[in-house]
Design a protein around this ligand. Structure first.
Ligand SMILES: *Cc1c(COP(=O)(O)O)cnc(C)c1O
Length: 229
């Protein structure tokens, strides 16, 4: 059995255990395998083990894998920083974008999403850790951005995404994830439906699941250490 297959099994068990400890059904949590920097053969190995959702950070690399694996019926999520001059490729080849942090990106993706494809599912990336990461909108800008995106015709606004600063103990890891969950509740209360919380990576998925994650984005624990992050 390849390492990827046994790693996937171990990650699924971590998710199931974290879900049961939180009184949640493991079916509420989708596993996004982050295949950035890994060759398409690794994607194919994981897909043979039943993995269907894959995440990529870099446009060129991601599109190459989407095309190379096009016969496999996979669902591709773009999760990295996105420049406005690269939106067209993402609108054409991905099903989801998790990293929307400004309206301009969303407007371009909506305009560039072809009618033959289903609406592009998107999440607003929120920076809840303040100075730690420069990416993501501020929590106070999130509602306005969500309202504006919800009005765009070719996007389906799904939820919020966050990459908090690394913390080592479980209680500390939960704090930013809880802030994201509460922010989603405020946005829902304001009348914008959101069904997704994209949060949790290899080192903190348990804390994210405890705070309501519906998509966890896992790279290292499935594919191994990357040469450069
Ligand atoms: C690389 C990456 C991940 C996966 O991180 P791991 O620590 O390898 O699990 C998740 N989300 C984003 C946005 C990433 O860039």
């Amino acid at each position: 059995m390849s390492a990827i297959v046994s790693n996937l099994q171990a990650v699924r068990e971590r998710i199931a255990k974290a879900a049961s400890e939180a009184g949640r059904s493991p079916q509420e949590i989708r596993l996004l395998a982050v295949s950035k920097t890994w060759p398409v053969d690794c994607v194919i190995d994981a897909s043979r083990a039943g993995q269907q959702l894959f995440g990529e950070n870099y446009v060129q690399e991601g599109v190459a894998k989407v095309l190379a694996a096009s016969g496999l019926n996979l669902e591709w999520h773009f999760i990295g920083p996105l420049q406005t001059n690269k939106t067209r490729l993402v609108a054409e080849h991905f099903s989801w974008v998790h990293s929307i942090d400004r309206l301009k990106l969303a407007e371009r993706l909506s305009a560039q999403r072809r009618d033959a494809l289903p609406p592009l599912s998107v999440c607003v990336q929120v920076n809840v850790s303040g100075e730690a990461s420069k990416r993501g909108c501020t929590p106070s800008d999130a509602l306005g951005l969500c309202q504006a995106i919800a009005a765009l015709p070719r996007l389906a606004l799904r939820g919020l995404m966050a990459i908090p600063e690394a913390a080592h103990d479980f209680a500390a890891q939960r704090v930013p994830f809880r802030q994201v969950r509460q922010l989603r509740e405020q946005i829902r209360d304001a009348g914008v439906p959101l069904d997704t919380l994209s949060m949790g990576m290899s080192h903190d998925l348990e804390a994210a699941v405890a705070e309501g994650a519906t998509i966890v984005r896992i790279g290292t624990a499935i594919f191994g250490e990357r040469d450069n992050a």
